[in-house]
Design a protein around this ligand. Structure first.
Ligand code: GBH
Length: 454
């Protein structure tokens, strides 16, 4: 089928980095320990009806206490690099002002442990756990949050900058803005498209201000992670609308220093954009060293009269989101490796010159743990197809430097709670026992060969 990118041997470029990824709120637990303040995800997950079965990140994978074992497990799996996020409310419990040294101590210990095992850390400064105190003052709809974020970045760099080469600012500002402030399915659960556009801008401004701080402090490599998707459909206006909201509203400011004019125009019914001040786009568009790409699935749209707007995509009345007959993951997302080739090729063509890393790709399936084993052949096939698709993009000229599988282990899957499992490693939440799935053992071989066998 078109989804088979071949079955021959493929070898990745020398120095290609293979890693795994996680995020603080999804794995750490220890929500009330060592001076951590509350985040918007604590508030959201404790609000009845917001997260599947009332699950919270209070305990999660208990990684805060088990990080040594988890790092050793990663080393056993041959993982070369680890992408994790720092919890802002551990470091500044109120999001501003006093620094909590015990919060920094945790990441200090984690980073030393990683280096001790020869694993390269890649840090994300913000993977959605905004200090609640900042949300109480407007969160990302407020310019102040962008300024506080840059201060937090400087604090984090001050403690760990000597041991972490690659610093990324935000994970998926699309989710923070459109899911968090627009559709209300992520924290803080607001449902106001105008607020979502304000959040987009202040997230991007926070990125730019943080980049300036990190540069001034001497960071080796700085970047941002975006969740991008190829958009297809037979109506060019509908495709442009959704591509604008999903991809270009972030790519253009960061990599070209401007908002796309068509997106600005279409959003005028929700916002007058008065939060954009002179000079902001210069800050946001300052050069970065690496673009992190998270890819899960493509989006297909077509015109359908009377279709109500999808709350996730402001102004999308009359546009239907359609799914083909491709295989679906447990999230209901289409499996389409060729979408990754298409995406990487497009970004390389339209935004040349910035090295790329896949900072997340992976899938949830209905894993079964039986006799100490998870035979997750569907995840192996998924990863095999996507690794081949990434290799095809490199062959076509994409400057792709590394690949981080989401996720190292099963964890708190946001609104889905613990019901969806993305891990290479199975987690039994009652015992906290970790069991590498067959995919983890397969991935170890991929890393060892730096590629795939015929
Ligand atoms: C990422 O977000 C997060 O960074 C990570 O924390 C999370 O655990 C992981 O992915 C898995 O969810 O319904 O077919 O239109 C993923 C962002 C946004 C990707 C919605 C899929 C919908 C696909 N997702 N998108 S579809």
């Amino acid at each position: 089928s078109e989804e088979t990118a071949g079955t021959g041997e493929v070898i990745f470029p020398e120095g290609f980095v293979w890693g795994t990824a996680t995020a603080s709120y999804q794995i750490e637990g220890a929500a009330n320990e060592d001076g951590r303040g509350p985040s918007i995800w604590d508030t959201f997950s404790r609000t009845p009806g917001k997260v599947f079965a009332g699950h919270t990140g209070d305990v999660a994978c208990d990684h805060y206490h088990r990080y040594r074992d988890d790092v050793a497990m990663m080393a056993d799996l041959g993982v070369q690099a680890y992408r994790f996020s720092m919890a802002w409310p551990r470091i500044q419990p109120d999001g501003s002002g006093p620094v909590n040294p015990r919060g920094l101590d945790f990441y200090d210990r984690l980073v030393d442990e990683l280096h001790g095992h020869g694993i390269t850390p890649l840090v994300t400064l913000y993977h959605w756990d905004l200090p609640q105190a900042l949300e109480d003052r407007g969160g990302w709809t407020s310019r102040e949050t962008a300024e506080r974020f840059a201060e937090y970045a400087a604090v984090a760099y001050g403690r760990l900058g000597d041991r972490i080469a690659t610093w990324t600012t935000l994970n998926e500002p699309w989710c923070s803005s459109f899911l968090g402030y627009g559709a209300g399915v992520h924290a803080p659960g607001r449902t106001d498209p105008g607020a979502a556009f304000a959040a987009v801008h202040h997230l991007l401004l926070g990125h730019g201000l943080a980049v300036a701080e990190l540069r001034a402090a001497g960071a080796a490599q700085v970047g941002i992670t975006l969740n991008l998707a190829p958009i297809s459909g037979d109506d060019p206006e509908a495709v442009a609308h959704i591509d604008g909201l999903q991809n270009r509203i972030f790519l253009d400011p960061v990599l070209r220093g401007e908002y796309p004019a068509d997106v600005v125009e279409r959003a005028r019914r929700f916002t007058d954009w008065s939060f954009v001040r002179d000079g902001d786009l210069d800050i946001i568009g300052a050069p970065i060293d690496v673009l992190g790409v998270n890819y899960y699935s493509p989006t297909a749209v077509r015109l359908r009269a009377g279709q109500p707007a999808n709350p996730v995509h402001p102004g999308s009345e009359g546009i239907a989101f359609v799914q083909g007959d491709e295989e679906k993951t447990a999230m209901g997302w289409s499996v389409k490796p060729s979408g990754l080739t298409e995406l990487l090729t497009r970004v390389s063509r339209d935004y040349p010159g910035t090295p790329l890393i896949i900072t997340e790709n992976g899938a949830a399936f209905d894993d079964v743990l039986a006799d100490g084993r998870v035979a997750d052949e569907r995840r192996i096939a998924f990863l095999d197809g996507h690794f081949r698709a990434a290799h095809a993009a490199i062959a076509a000229g994409a400057d792709l430097r590394g690949y981080f599988v989401w996720s190292l282990m099963d964890n708190f899957e946001w609104a889905e709670g613990y019901a969806k499992r993305f891990g290479l490693v199975h987690v039994d939440y009652a015992s906290q026992r970790r069991t590498p799935k067959d995919s983890a053992l397969w991935y170890r071989e991929v890393i060892r060969r730096n590629g795939l066998q015929a």
